[in-house]
Write a protein that binds this ligand. Structure first.
Ligand SMILES: Cc1cc2nc3c(=O)[nH]c(=O)nc-3n(C[C@H](O)[C@H](O)[C@H](O)COP(=O)(O)O)c2cc1C
Length: 170
């Protein structure tokens, strides 16, 4: 029996500022039958092109970027506080250097071929719609450019259509 139930985006009653900015999330995608994941605390949930969407941003050096670029979909998973140390680990080590998922003891499961984690308390599944790298000339607040990109490693913005939301059953 699965511990998750599907809810409609309209029923999603979480504060995205807290959920993403404070609790953090894992961005996970699969390439050639292998999953990689990374922690993220920047992004958003909203509405674009008449669709419910999630926004994420990924710097070029992240191994996860290769997975997101080659996949049609990705998941965003959210965990309770007891997983914070694991999220810190997954956000400081690269899957290029070690088998992070194995070491984290998280369990990869799939929904319609998109990987996520059995231990999550919320899973949001997204179909990729849009990708664009941030450009230095697009910054109106030049301080952000200076502060966040001293190495010119500009994020790529991905917008994904929210195709499914799973939360824990009561
Ligand atoms: C709290 C936290 C938030 C992060 N947010 C992002 C983010 O939004 N975008 C990003 O590119 N990297 C972010 N990172 C950094 C990646 O998670 C980190 O570089 C990770 O090791 C990349 O793993 P990978 O090379 O296996 O993809 C964050 C790290 C932490 C700890």
């Amino acid at each position: 029996m699965t511990k998750f139930k599907e809810i409609r985006p309209e029923e999603f009653n979480y504060n995205p500022f807290k959920l993403i900015g404070e609790n953090w999330m894992l961005i996970t995608a699969e390439k050639d039958g292998k999953a990689n994941t990374m922690t993220a605390s920047w992004g958003g949930l909203g509405v674009m092109w008449n669709k419910n969407v999630a926004y994420i941003v990924i710097r070029p050096q992240r191994y996860t970027k290769e997975f997101i670029d080659s996949a049609d979909s990705f998941s965003l998973t959210f965990f309770n506080d007891s997983y914070k140390e694991i999220l810190s680990y997954l956000g400081t080590k690269s899957g290029r250097d070690e088998d992070k998922i194995k070491k984290s003891n998280l369990t990869v499961v799939h929904n319609d071929n998109t990987p996520y984690f059995e231990e999550a308390s919320i899973a949001i599944f997204c179909k990729k719609l849009f990708a664009q790298e941030y450009k230095p000339e697009s910054f109106i607040d030049l301080e952000i450019n200076k502060k966040c990109y001293p190495n010119s490693d500009y994020h790529t913005l991905y917008i994904g259509e929210v195709t499914k939301i799973l939360v824990l059953k009561n």
